[in-house]
Design a protein around this ligand. Sequence first.
Ligand code: ADP
Ligand code: AMP
Length: 216
Amino acid sequence: MRIILLGPPGAGKGTQGERLVIKYNIPHISTGDIFRAAIKEGTELGLRAKEYMDQGKLVPDEVVVGIVQDRLTHPDTKNGYLLDGFPRTLAQAEALDASLQAMDTPLTGVVNVDVVEDELIDRLTGRRVCRGCATTYHVKFNPPTVRSVCDKCGGELYQRTDDTVETVKQRLEVYRQQTAPLIAYYGAKDILYTVDGSREIEEVFAEITSILDRQH
Ligand code: ADP
Ligand code: AMP
């Protein structure tokens, strides 16, 4: 099962991804999580990525593509993986296609999670993330049992520095210009499945799994 989750920031890629990787027993590869971990560790990659992330811009293709190409050579990807937040530009999608072709590992499907923009702003500004395990919550739509404490690991929840109204607007603009064209790109390859991401988390999950189960 080799899956891409496509969709604007706040569509629920991370939320669905967390659940899908448990069901299909595959690794969750989120480029955003990789960059946030690098920032936390204070590595050179983290310093470089932070500059772009804080402005709501994309990290340059050559940086991101190399990281994902390397990650896909790890043995845990042998039975598949879920890509969340990658690819985000046509250049990234083309580079991924070339790598997958060389490895003879075609994608199972690209799931496009569709949510209207007003809802995205509410979701992103209310998002909270666990410092320990990166599980995602929402203050209203998906709150933890105890305020600011992760249900899974007891870690502290924080608000991402790029989840402010101003940066969110910039990220949505970047999505429209650079990432939305990927819908047509994968649509032309007949591997695109669009789901209505505005429904309850469990309903969206049920629709995605029913689509993916049919591709096996
Ligand atoms: P993405 O990874 O696509 O940026 P997230 O999965 O982090 O999006 O979700 C963004 C925010 O919206 C989070 O706070 C999450 O809890 C919340 N959320 C996710 N899916 C839903 C949903 N179906 N309904 C309401 N809120 C949701
Ligand atoms: P996310 O966690 O997916 O919302 O990503 C947070 C930020 O990380 C984005 O706003 C970008 O700055 C950066 N980022 C994550 N994935 C990519 C990618 N595939 N290409 C470029 N930048 C990315």
